[in-house]
Design a protein around this ligand. Structure first.
Ligand SMILES: [Zn+2]
Ligand SMILES: [Zn+2]
Length: 372
C-alpha cells in the first residue's frame, strides 16, 4: 500500500479528559514497529467499558486516549518480523493478547496472557506505548486497541486473523461483548444440559450469556433486568422466563428460589454492579450452584455472607469469557458464519450519540462504521 512506512493522518474520537464528550480530531498514526500491525478499522462496537473508563473511573492518568476495543478491520501494513499477517487480511484487534509463550498462555486453565497491556497498566486501562499523536501530544491507546480511530497499531500477539468473507460490521462484536458473555456461560460457568440458569443484565454481554446457556443445553433460562423492553430480545436468544426485580416487594433471589425449588444451578452477572453480583450469588442453589462475575467493574469492593460459599456454592469470574483470544476468535467467527452464534446489528455514525443511547439502555449494541 502507498501508505506503508509513512505516518497516516486520520480521524479519531479523542477523549481528552474524564467526563467530557469525545472530540473528533485529526491524529497521526506512526508506522508499525517490530512485531506490530497497522490496521484500518472498518467497524467498532461501543462497549460499556468504553463508558466506564471516562465516566466512572475518571482516573486522569488514563488520558488523553482513544477509546474503543470492539473493532474489526483490515491490515494496512506490517512491521519488521511479522510473518503471519499481510496487507488486506481481515483481522480483529484483541484487548487480551495471547503471546503463546508466557506461563499463563501455556496453561490450559486461563486466558490471561501476561504480555497483555493489562498486566502492567491495568489501573489506567490504556497502553502508554502508543503510536498515536494529536496536536503534538501522545494519545494513549485504550485497552491496547483504540478502535474509535480510522487506523490503529497493535502488536501481533493481540490480533486475530479471521475468514475473508466475514462481515466486519457484525463480527466486531466478537472482540469483546459477545465472546465475553457466551464464554462465561460455556467455559467459565460450564453450564450443563438440563440445568437452570439465571442471567442478570440483558445488554449485549447478557444476551450472549443467554445464548451460551441455551447452546450448552440449559432447560430453563431466567432473564433478569429492570428494563422490560429487553425481554423480547432475550427470548430470541433463548431465555424462557423473565423477571423484573422492581416488580416484586422481596429480593429477586427469594423469587428465584421459590420458582426453582431452592435456586438456580448457574447464575451470570452481566451488569458490572457489586450489588447485583451479590444477588446473583444468593440466587444460586446450595450444594453446587455456580455464580460467575462477567460485568466489568473495579471501583468498589463486593460483599457477601460467608455461608453463601460454606454452603457449597462457587463464586468465580471470567475475562473475555475464558477464551484464549487469538486461538478462539477465528473459531467464534466461524460459529457466527454457520449460525451457531447470533449477532445483532445496529448502525450509528456519531460516537457520542451511541454513548448516550447506551447510558439510557435503549439499545443493545451500537456499531459504528468507522471507514465511511
Ligand atoms: Zn468490552
Ligand atoms: Zn502470554
Amino acid at each position: 500500500m502507498a501508505t506503508a512506512g509513512k505516518v497516516i493522518k486520520c480521524r479519531a474520537a479523542v477523549a481528552w479528559e474524564p467526563n467530557v464528550p469525545l472530540m473528533m480530531e485529526e491524529i497521526e498514526v506512526a508506522p508499525p514497529q517490530e512485531g506490530e500491525i497497522r490496521i484500518k478499522v472498518v467497524a467498532t462496537g461501543v462497549c460499556h467499558t468504553d463508558l466506564y473508563h471516562p465516566f466512572e473511573v475518571k482516573d486522569k492518568r488514563g488520558f488523553p486516549t482513544v477509546l474503543g476495543h470492539e473493532g474489526a478491520g483490515v491490515v494496512e501494513s506490517v512491521g519488521p518480523g511479522v510473518t503471519d499477517f499481510k496487507p488486506g487480511d481481515k483481522v480483529i484487534p484483541l484487548f487480551l493478547s495471547q503471546c503463546g509463550e508466557c506461563k499463563f498462555c501455556k496453561s490450559p486453565n486461563t486466558n490471561l496472557c501476561d504480555c497483555s497491556w493489562s498486566s502492567k497498566y491495568h489501573d489506567i486501562m490504556s497502553d502508554p506505548t502508543t503510536r498515536f499523536t494529536c496536536r503534538g501530544q501522545p494519545i494513549l491507546q485504550f485497552m491496547g486497541t483504540s478502535t474509535f480511530s480510522e487506523y490503529t497499531v497493535i502488536n501481533q500477539i493481540a490480533v486475530a486473523k479471521i475468514a475473508d468473507d466475514a462481515p466486519l460490521d457484525r463480527v466486531c462484536l466478537l472482540s469483546c461483548g459477545i465472546s465475553t458473555g457466551y464464554g462465561a456461560a460455556v467455559n467459565t460457568a460450564g453450564v450443563t444440559p438440563g440445568s437452570v440458569c439465571a442471567v442478570f443484565g440483558l445488554g449485549a454481554v447478557g444476551l450472549a450469556a443467554v445464548m451460551g446457556c441455551k447452546n450448552a443445553g440449559a432447560s430453563r433460562i431466567f432473564a433478569v433486568d429492570i428494563n422490560e423492553k429487553k425481554f423480547e430480545k432475550a427470548k430470541v436468544f433463548g431465555a424462557t422466563d423473565f423477571l423484573n426485580p422492581k416488580a416484586y416487594d422481596k429480593p429477586i433471589s427469594e423469587v428465584l428460589a421459590e420458582l426453582t425449588n431452592g435456586g438456580v444451578d448457574f447464575s451470570l452477572e452481566c451488569v458490572g454492579n457489586t450489588e447485583v453480583m451479590r444477588t446473583a450469588l444468593e440466587s444460586c442453589v446450595k450444594g453446587w450452584g455456580v455464580s460467575v462475575l462477567v460485568g466489568w467493574t473495579d471501583v468498589k469492593d463486593f460483599s457477601a455472607k460467608p455461608i453463601q460459599l460454606i454452603s457449597g456454592k462457587t463464586w468465580k469470574g471470567s475475562l473475555f469469557g475464558g477464551f484464549k483470544s487469538k486461538d478462539s476468535v477465528p473459531n467464534l467467527v466461524c460459529n457466527y458464519m454457520n449460525g451457531k452464534i447470533k449477532l445483532d446489528k445496529m448502525s450509528l455514525e456519531q460516537v457520542n450519540d451511541a454513548i448516550n443511547l447506551m447510558k439510557t439502555g435503549d439499545c443493545i449494541r451500537c456499531i459504528l462504521n468507522i471507514s465511511k
